[in-house]
Design a protein around this ligand. Structure first.
Ligand code: ARG
Length: 279
């Protein structure tokens, strides 16, 4: 397994995190139900665990932006370019100006989407760690029209994956490329063409399909840095499959964030991503 330079990961402290509205099925019934102290404690545990393998950069939390904590949705970054998100739900649109300003202040080149195309950043666009392509989701929170622009801006093949289960509304909730070309994924979240696209690129011995039980714990919403995988509560069966594939698992409880439809990966954005395709 190749070892990358220590990555920089963007996180946002959950000072204003809450479930104020319902824009995915996980949030239904959880309005006002969060234990804020527990959320803070869980977030800190994730940050500290990641700090062992990555440099953590912090985004200043903002009042009235309860989902800003999910920095995966800030934008998609590769090299010095970023495509800031243009959110589908109106509820998250107030994040956009703040995020664009932050990326610009950090010196990124901004690729701005036309106003009629929805795209939710690294939540729906994942860099494969072995092949020269991007896994891009569509169907709920990103429109397929965004995919052609991504292919153009980043000069990479874009593998469009149709999401069909509203619980797995971003591709990072049901698919996670791992080092060495492994792929953690939940096949029932995709249509048949998308499964075929996955199977055409990932050989059987590198496919780690998760069970419905693990998928329901957002197992695919994992953070991978080299041989390390950080996630909320994998089953014993999944743990041993990952161990057999050479990964070290770090179990981080993130139950308060699952109430909003997010887990480890959603709470992070890798700011140091290669400009050129891997593989
Ligand atoms: N409540 C947030 C939303 O629905 C959760 C975002 C999770 N992020 C992710 N990358 N899957 O937008």
């Amino acid at each position: 397994m190749s070892v990358t330079d220590r990555p920089t990961i963007l996180m946002c402290p959950p000072d204003y995190f809450s479930v104020d509205y319902v824009i995915n099925p996980w949030m239904a019934g959880n309005e006002g139900q969060l234990d804020c102290d527990r959320a803070y404690e869980q977030w800190r545990t994730l940050r500290d665990a990641l700090a062992a393998v990555a440099d953590i950069e912090l985004l200043e939390p903002q009042p009235d932006l309860p989902d800003l904590v999910f920095t995966a949705n800030a934008g998609f970054v590769a090299g010095n370019r970023v495509v800031p998100s243009h959110f589908m739900p109106q509820e998250r649109r107030p994040e956009e100006a703040y995020l664009k300003g932050w990326f610009a202040a950090q010196g990124f080149d901004l690729c701005i989407l036309p106003d009629d195309i929805g795209f939710e950043g690294a939540g729906d666009c994942l860099i494969d760690r072995a092949g020269p392509w991007l896994w891009t989701g569509f169907g709920f929170r990103t429109e397929i029209e965004a995919h052609a622009l991504l292919a153009d801006w980043f000069e990479r093949e874009v593998v469009s994956i149709r999401l069909v289960d509203s619980r797995f509304y971003h591709i990072d909730t049901c698919l996670c490329p791992l080092s060495g070309g492994y792929l953690l994924y939940y096949p029932d979240a995709f249509d048949a063409d998308s499964i075929a696209a996955i199977e055409a690129r990932v050989p059987p011995e590198k496919r780690l399909a998760v069970s419905a039980g693990d998928a329901a714990n957002l197992a695919c919403n994992a953070v991978n840095v080299d041989a390390h995988v950080f996630a909320h509560q994998f089953s014993a069966a999944l743990q041993s499959r990952l161990a057999d594939a050479g990964f070290t698992l770090h179990d981080v409880r993130l139950s308060e964030f699952l109430k909003a439809g997010g887990s480890a990966k959603c709470l992070t954005l890798r700011l140091t991503e290669p400009e050129v395709a891997a593989g």
